[in-house]
Design a protein around this ligand. Structure first.
Ligand code: AMP
Length: 297
């Protein structure tokens, strides 16, 4: 495994790996912010199984954090991350500094409209502009054939797919299923922030999504019914503070008429939530209804 901290090093490593594959190896790419866990590992293994060369990036991107968010305290563990990357089939790790990625303040924004107007796009203003910019830069630098993203960040998948289509990036976006703890909590680098009591109550997020799945199967149910039931369940965890709970079409992220009966045999829906425990904000989601394409949660 080759560790690259600069763009020239990355280019050199890609060239070197390509020469091992007679110059025509396929490149899989897994962009992350590090502090890797089994969710990231599942993406790395998928990339390794589908490509000749797998590249992992580890970069905590300041452009996607708001002024009062956790950029400075975002967890980091370089040594452990490198070990995990090596164990999961990664050939090249690109771990640039902020200065390497942004030698000067960028004046270009990558703004994707509509799919960013609700959920995390609404509660974290500017977040997806930062994501769009860094993923565009990384796509140009790595030039992958396939890029792997977790459905844990389902809105991010929708945004990146739209951006890729709109800007003709020659890359296939591969959505990958959410990896969970045995009790259902979606794995996240931010789970380390939780106190024991918060961790115990955080299980209510996945539990409420599983419960909603049962209700969703009932005839005549509306989006408003499901959102209300889900909110009530989350509120039963006394340390939980709801940021949003929304049921939307996926991947358009349009709002269905809240009072209209859902059409699960025809439409794909997402129930998405963001909940704070103290200063730790967790997200989770569940797709419902007709699941076309390559989506898994
Ligand atoms: P992050 O390091 O949080 O930016 O995540 C990097 C990639 O890993 C993103 O595509 C995430 O959606 C994905 N990811 C994070 N947590 C999980 C999880 N629990 N299951 C599957 N993918 C995940």
């Amino acid at each position: 495994m080759i560790l690259c901290r600069t763009i020239p090093e990355l280019h050199e490593a890609l060239k070197q790996q390509q020469s091992k594959n007679a110059g025509s190896g396929t490149v899989g790419f897994v962009p992350t912010m590090g502090y890797l866990h089994e969710g990231h590992a599942s993406l790395m293994r998928r990339s390794a199984s589908e490509n000749d060369i797998s590249v992992l990036s580890i970069f905590v991107n300041p452009m996607q954090f708001g002024p009062n968010e956790d950029f400075d305290r975002y967890p980091r563990d370089e040594e452990r991350d490198l070990a995990l990357a090596g164990q999961n089939g990664i050939d090249i790790v690109f771990m640039p500094s902020v200065k390497e990625m942004y030698p000067k303040a960028p004046l270009t924004t990558v703004f994707v409209s509509q799919v960013t107007s609700r959920l995390c796009g609404a509660s974290r203003p500017g977040h997806f502009d930062g994501v769009g910019l860094v993923v565009s830069k990384l796509f140009h630098l790595v030039q992958p054939d396939k890029a792997y993203f977790g459905m844990k960040d389902a809105q991010q998948v929708a945004v990146i797919q739209q951006m890729t289509d709109d800007l003709n990036f020659p890359v296939e976006i591969v959505p990958c299923p959410i990896v969970r703890e045995p009790d259902g909590l979606a794995l996240s680098s931010r789970n380390v922030y939780l106190t024991a009591e918060q961790r115990e109550q955080a299980v209510m997020l996945s539990r409420s999504l599983a419960e909603a799945k049962q209700h969703f199967a009932k005839a005549g149910i509306t989006a408003a019914d499901i959102v209300e039931q889900t909110k009530q369940m989350i509120e039963s965890a006394e340390l939980a503070e709801i940021d949003y709970v929304e049921l939307l079409h996926y991947p358009s992220l349009d709002l269905p008429d809240p009072a209209a009966v859902l059409q699960p045999e025809r439409d794909t829906y997402i129930l998405a939530l963001a909940v704070k425990f103290g200063s730790t904000r967790l997200i989770d989601n569940q797709l419902f209804g007709y699941i076309g394409g390559d989506y898994h949660v």
